[in-house]
Design a protein around this ligand. Sequence first.
Ligand SMILES: [Zn+2]
Length: 272
Amino acid sequence: MRRKKTLWLICMAGLCLVLYTIVISRMDRIENVIFPGVDGAFVSSDKASLMDLNAAETPEPTPDIWPKIDITMNQYRMVNDDNALSSAFAPEVEKISTTNNMMFDAAALPYLEDLIQALKDADFNVYVAGAYRSYSFQTQLFNGKATQIAMGKYQTTDYMDPRYQEAVKEARTITAFPGCSEHQLGLAVDLMDKPYDKLVYSNMNQDFFTYLDSICADYGFIKRYPTRKLLLTGWDEPWHYRYVGAEAAHFIMENGLCYEEFYAHYDPNFEY
Ligand SMILES: [Zn+2]
C-alpha cells in the first residue's frame, strides 16, 4: 500500500515537472514573438500592448500654436540674398513725421509712428538711421561700398579688374546687394537713440534696445537680425526692425525666432 502511494507521488511529481517545463518553454516563446512596430521596427511582445499599438497609430494631438496667417501677404514677404526684389518693386511710401526725409510703407506707417511715440513717452530719444531705400539708392550704396573696398585694398576702380570683383564679393557681406535689402520693401527701419559714428551695438544705449525689444511686437515689429541668429540670417544688425504685424511679431519675439525660422514653417520650399 505504502509503495503504491510512493509510486503515485513520484508519478505526480514527474507530471508536475513536465507541465512546468512546457509552461515555461511556452512563456519564453511568447516573449520572443515579435510584432511589426512603427517605422518598420520590431518590438518584442512584452514591450508592446494593444494600447501601445493604438497609440502609435493615433498620436495625441498637439495644439498648433503657430499663428494662422496668409504668408503670401506683403507684410510677410521674405527678402534676403536668395529672395531678391526686382528693380521695379517700389511700395507706396509716406514720410515718417519725426524725420526730415525718411519714408516708410504707407499702410504700416501708423504702427511705426506709434512705436516711436511709445519710446518717447518712456523718455528715450529716437533716431531713425534708415528706412525705405529705393532699388537705385541701394545700388548707389552698394557700389559705393564695393569701390571703397577696391580702392582701399587693391587701389583699383576698374570694374573689369578681377580684383574689383573680389571687392564686390566682400561688399556683399557688408552692404546688401541691390534687390536683397529689406529696406526696399518699405517695412524695415533702423532705430537708435542717437546717431553713432561707428555701428558697434555693444557701444550703443542698451537700455534703449532692451525697452524697444520689450514693446516692439505690440506695434507689429520684430528685431530682424539679432546677433545670436547671425548664422541663420547672414546679418548682424540688432538695430534693424521689421514690420510683420502684431500677431506674427508676438509669436516671433516670444519664441526667440528669427524671421527665416518663422517663414520656413509656412513655406515648405523655403530654404535658409
Ligand atoms: Zn537696416
